[in-house]
Ligand binder design. Structure first.
Ligand code: FRU
Length: 496
């Protein structure tokens, strides 16, 4: 049952007696709780926030509504990790409730300054007519994880020319000056990113819009992130209102990037190539990146989308974050690979190799099955029309990743994955592989499967399919197949 506005905008201490315990009991009985992904203790998780490294830990916060699976009063929830793969729940980080964040501590970022982790976020407020007034706010976290809010907002006004959809500050330091990008909607209801600068994170100067060629590309750009990698500028953002076209933009909202020359901070001009989606799967939104102490650029995203319902809603929780991915650039394209630290989770290695080619058949191997695992597979000598893997499979359920050689398309099919979800948005996702990839030679699939998700890295991170799936616990089989020709398979898997 949907919550009323009053129920949605309650703070955690306004929960009914026993309400949280009841949620916890439902959650404990849910078969789809994840094994190694960050997920909410109760209620709804959305965007990753404040992804950073401070005092020997990676810190990763997320948008959190504790009391239900709809988008209500948002907190920042705090998790931390020494190694990017085993995460510890620290607890509530930013609580909403001041006049500047009365209706939610919305998304933002973190940066270390003067020995403190500075958290810069959007304070969401609503007036008596339910009109939104966003403030950009600041809070400080010390090495004991104690968070203190700065007494007043650091940006109180939306500049002329923009609507109240003005949020999600992402801040970085460049030659002793702090810069921040904010996701915005122009008064003509098109989306864009604006740029600010500051000497001290407390006083911000509005510089103007980042100049892109996408003057009319959706009605709002959420969660922008600007970074420089291998000498190039990358602007990541999540535009809303982009119509679907062939195998692109199939999800309700998108997340993608522009790559170009480093942003000219004086003119704000950004010369860039085409907008590219970051992910090809069903559930991926609002990514955020950080730089690790050893200089790697790492991305985490929300493995979900706004405005959709999910099968775990009835169990009192919704969504999780993706595993961390390391970014690089190849041929003007962002490449995403799982961080090598993921290997620390591996247990019980097993390998298989087809002795004779698979030809018009589907084959499984003793011991090769599971619910939560990492699987690396290479498909070679491939003249089959269709090759692929069925996983989380049983007699009645399966999720399928397959390569259609004639169309040069990879296809993720969750039509028979288990509990159905948002089928109005389709049950397959496809992507056409770049022409310069010799797929007849070898196709590499690197999969991270958890109780209710899959992340498939294709050909060393050229493409990624990220999706929730909701199979029954009995659906554990893995089957390799080749139809309309033959193919050889080599695979290694580890329980996780
Ligand atoms: C993106 C988003 C952000 C906002 C946050 C609120 O999913 O809508 O723009 O800050 O979620 O939870």
């Amino acid at each position: 049952m949907k919550m009323t506005r009053e129920q949605l905008y309650r703070r955690i201490e306004q929960a009914e007696p026993g309400e949280i315990a009841a949620l916890e009991a439902k959650i404990a009985a849910c078969p789809w709780r994840q094994g190694y992904h960050i997920q909410p203790v109760t209620g709804l998780l959305n965007d990753p926030n404040g992804f950073s490294f401070y005092e020997g830990y990676y810190h990763l916060f997320y948008q959190w509504f504790p009391l239900g699976t709809e988008h209500g009063m948002k907190y920042w929830y705090h998790t931390r990790s020494k190694n990017l793969v085993t995460w510890e729940n620290v607890g509530i980080a930013i609580e909403p409730g001041t006049p500047y964040d009365s209706h939610g501590a919305y998304s933002g970022s973190a940066i270390e300054k003067d020995g403190m982790l500075n958290l810069i976020y959007t304070g969401n407020t609503r007036d008596e007519n339910w009109i939104r007034h966003p403030f950009q706010c600041l809070a400080f976290m010390d090495e004991q994880n104690v968070i203190t809010k700065f007494e007043h907002p650091v940006i109180s006004d939306v500049p002329t020319g923009y609507t109240e959809h003005f949020r999600d500050p992402k801040v970085w330091l460049h030659e002793d000056v702090y810069y921040g990008v904010i996701g915005a909607q122009r008064t003509d209801e098109t989306g864009c990113t604006v740029l600010y600068c500051s000497e001290d994170l407390k006083h911000w100067q509005f510089l103007g819009e980042i100049g892109t060629t996408l003057s009319s590309f959706g009605y709002m750009w959420e969660c922008p992130d600007y970074l420089e990698l291998e000498g190039q500028g990358v602007l990541i953002f999540s535009p809303q209102g982009i119509p679907a076209e062939s195998d692109r933009y199939q999800n309700i909202y998108q997340s993608g990037y522009l790559i170009g020359e480093p942003l000219n901070l004086d003119t704000r001009e950004f010369t860039h190539g085409e907008f590219e989606e970051l992910d090809r799967g069903f559930d991926f939104y609002a990514p955020q990146t950080m730089q690790s102490p050893d200089g790697r650029r790492i991305l985490v995203a929300w493995m979900g989308l706004p405005d959709l319902t999910y099968p775990t809603d009835d169990s009192g929780w919704a969504h999780c974050l993706t595993i961390p991915r390391q970014l690089s650039i190849q041929g003007g394209k962002l490449i995403q690979r799982p961080v090598p630290e993921m290997a620390q989770l591996r247990k019980d290695q097993q390998g298989i190799r087809t002795q004779d080619s698979l030809s018009n058949e589907s084959r499984s191997f003793a011991g090769f099955n599971g619910i939560a695992y990492e699987l690396q597979c290479e498909i070679s000598q491939n003249d089959a029309d269709l090759v692929g893997i069925e996983f989380r499979a049983s007699d009645t359920e399966k999720t399928v990743i397959q390569y259609d050689r004639l169309q040069r398309k990879l296809i993720l099919d969750r039509s028979q994955s288990g509990a159905t979800l948002s089928e109005a948005n389709g049950t397959i996702r496809t992507c056409t592989l770049d022409e310069d990839i010799d797929v007849d030679a070898v196709i590499k699939l690197h999969m991270f499967v958890d109780s209710s998700s899959v992340e498939i890295f294709v050909n060393d991170g050229q493409e990624v399919f990220t999706s929730r799936i909701f199979p029954s616990q009995e659906s554990m089989d893995i089957r390799f197949f080749a139809h309309g020709g033959k193919a050889d398979f080599r695979a290694v898997m580890w329980n996780v």
